[in-house]
Structures are given as structure tokens and as C-alpha cells.
Design a protein around this ligand. Sequence first.
Ligand SMILES: Nc1nc2c(ncn2[C@@H]2O[C@H](COP(=O)(O)OP(=O)(O)OP(=O)(O)O)[C@@H](O)[C@H]2O)c(=O)[nH]1
Ligand SMILES: [Mg+2]
Length: 311
Amino acid sequence: MSELLDRAIKGDELSIARLLTKIEYVDPQGLIALEELSKRAGKAFTIGITGIPGAGKSTIIGALIEEYLKRGHKVGVVMIDPSSPFTKGSFMGNRIRMQEKTMLDNVFIRSLASRGHLGGVSAEALMLIEALDGLGFDRIIVETVGAGQTDTEIVSSVHSIAVLTVPGTGDEIQALKAGIMEIGDFYVINKADRPEAEASYISIKFAIDSAEINFRDGWKPLVLKTIATKGEGIKELVDTFEEHRSFLESKGIFSKRILERKSKMIELIVRREIEQLLQKSMEERKEELIKLPLMNAVYSLRAELLKKMNK
Ligand SMILES: Nc1nc2c(ncn2[C@@H]2O[C@H](COP(=O)(O)OP(=O)(O)OP(=O)(O)O)[C@@H](O)[C@H]2O)c(=O)[nH]1
Ligand SMILES: [Mg+2]
């Protein structure tokens, strides 16, 4: 085992950061470490927090971290494409008092930007989740905006999904229309300090109670209200997350979902490799290929890709 991996497993923050970067950039040393960590993974409870920009995802994650730390957990956070990156520093300044500082050794936060990533960040995100799981973070929270292919892939790989809505924005109606009501295990009406919160609660509750759909895993979604900025409703939210976790375990779904995540990760790693090789070949041979009859160009490019893949 490499020294870096050894130090990361022991909890050294700088080593964890360096190791995760190696994994994210698919460095050979990173992949060897991921292989090792993958053997240790399979224990973490993974939670996806999704919702429109500005719904309060990062704020609620800050509050969830605090609550999970109080309960003695190690918390990993992966943020996908954050518009305003949330760092441990800002979280520490705002929410954790100095005497609780040692608890901060039990938190690790990593942001991933999808811009510039070929084929999105899904592969990297799942690799990071796997690595954090293997490093002993037993609660892993993923923040995504909940739109697009990337999110679908990640969302289907986590245990619990909380969809954040904001009262008075009409986004609960949008959510209903978009079928987003079918993905959540929890609907969290954040910013419940707004006067429209109760109306929002009633309409979402009604939508769920009257929905004629098969809810994921047979779990009827719960509707909760929170004021993330004040930490209100957070204990209750964590309690219900943990209830959901027990529910999934009792049904054998907990470990099944981890295996699904692994198969998705394998698929995404290979897909990304193929896409990168394809793009490179295309760039190199574009001028030549467009002069060929269509199918000749297709076969020629395909043959080259297969050759490159077998190297
Ligand atoms: N009044 C009120 N404001 C809140 C609450 N929760 C979050 N906010 C505010 O809403 C704004 C957006 O919060 P963020 O946590 O950055 O939202 P986000 O969903 O992470 O946003 P993006 O990462 O940009 O998609 C901030 O100014 C927060 O302080 C709440 O419960 N009540
Ligand atoms: Mg955010």
C-alpha cells in the first residue's frame, strides 16, 4: 500500500485531499488506491440533496454536517457543479465553535465542476463517493442541481434523495410537472420562514398522497419543513434519513444500491475512456475522414478506436 494511501486511511486531511485529486484525474496511482479503497467500501449511507439553484442545498448540508458530527459520524460531502463553492473554512467559521474543532477532522468536502469535463462528472463523482466510503466516511452527502444526465446517474446511485423546494417560487408545481416528484424519498420545504411555507407543504403532501405511482423501493416520500439558516427542522430531517436507512437495510436494498453504484461506476469509467479516445481520434483525423464516403469513414474511425483501446 502506498504511503499516501496509508496516511489517508489514518485520516490525514492533506493526504486525503491529494489522494482524491489523483483519483479524480484518473492518475495510475489514484486508480490503484481506488481499487484498495473499493475493497473497504460498502458501509457508507449516501444521501443526495437536490433542488433548484439557491434553494439552500449548501446551507442545509452545513446544518446536516453539524448534526451528523454531533451524532458521532464521519461525514464526506461531494458537491457537483456548485455555483458558490462551500468550503470547510466557511462552514467552520459560521457554525462550529472552537471547542468543537476536533470534530472537524471528521468532515471532508470536495467540489467537482462539470464544465470542461467530457461526458460530465458522473464517473468522477462516483469514484469519489467510493473512495470516501472506503476511507471510513460513513455518511456521504452529495449536492447536485438535479438537472441533466449527470444528476440522474448520481441520484440513482445514492440511498436517499432529498428534493429541496422553496415556498412561494412555484417550483413545487414545476417539480410536479417535471416528474421530479417521482425521484425524491424526501421533499424538504426549505426557507419555511417564508409565509407561503404552509401552502407549499399542503400542496406537496396532497400531490404525494394522491399520486398513483410506484414510489422508489416502496417508500412513501416524506414531506418536511426546514429553515436551514437557523438549523430548524434539521434534527427531524436527520432522524427521518436514518429511518429510511433502516428501512432500506431491512429490505436488503441498502447493499444492493451500493452494488448498483459500483456497476454504474464501472460503466461510466469505461464510457469516459472511450469518449476521450474517440474525441482525440476525431480531432486528429477529421480532415481526412470527411473526404471519405460516410460508412467508410465510420468503419475506419471505429477500427482505429478498437486498436487504441487494445493498446
Ligand atoms: N430565509 C432563508 N434563507 C435561506 C434558508 N436556507 C438558505 N437560505 C439562503 O438562500 C441562499 C442560497 O443558499 P445556498 O445554500 O447557497 O443554496 P444552494 O441551493 O446551495 O444554491 P446553489 O449551490 O447556487 O444551487 C443563501 O443566501 C442562504 O442564506 C432558509 O431556510 N431561510
Ligand atoms: Mg450550493
